[in-house]
Design a protein around this ligand. Structure first.
Ligand SMILES: C[S@@+](CC[C@H](N)C(=O)[O-])C[C@H]1O[C@@H](n2cnc3c(N)ncnc32)[C@H](O)[C@@H]1O
Length: 133
């Protein structure tokens, strides 16, 4: 903490030698703990985010940095006409929730794979990029 406050640099990298997400990729136990924490945090937020927006107006919804897909699956369940794209790191694919209208994408060629107009669910990684309702 002291290093981060004094330098503005990432203390995880200084301590472990890797950036945070790389550290999780290399350590399945830490990755599972992180996903558990995200799942707990999502319990309260997921239904609120799903209810707060008219998602059904979009044919395709992508969650970038969507973790194991908790939020996107909730939205898809509430929007039977929409398809979902879950975009996250490769090592999370095995843990991702499955849904018959959701595709997990782990490459950087996301844009080339999407054939329809796509709107992104804002996340802590990307900020919000939704049009006004
Ligand atoms: C704070 S977590 C949020 C997870 C999810 N949105 C949720 O609320 O449960 C950030 C997510 O971004 C993913 N992430 C970080 N860097 C990424 C990258 N370069 N490409 C894709 N996903 C990335 C992480 O793997 C992690 O799942």
């Amino acid at each position: 903490m002291e290093y981060a406050v004094k330098t503005g640099g990432p203390s995880v990298r200084k301590t472990f030698g890797y950036y945070f997400w790389e550290l999780l990729r290399r350590n399945p136990q830490a990755s599972a703990a992180m996903n558990g924490a995200m799942r707990s945090a999502s319990v309260a937020m997921t239904p609120a985010v799903t209810a707060a927006y008219k998602w059904s107006q979009f044919p395709v919804i992508a969650d970038v940095g969507g973790g194991i897909g908790t939020q996107l699956v909730s939205i898809l369940d509430a929007s039977p006409g929409s398809k979902g794209i879950l975009f996250d790191k490769p090592h999370l694919r095995a843990e991702s929730i499955s849904h018959d209208r959701m595709e997990a994408v782990i490459s950087t060629s996301l844009c080339r794979q999407v054939q329809m107009p796509t709107y992104f669910v804002g996340s802590s990684m990307t900020g919000t990029m939704l049009p006004q309702q």
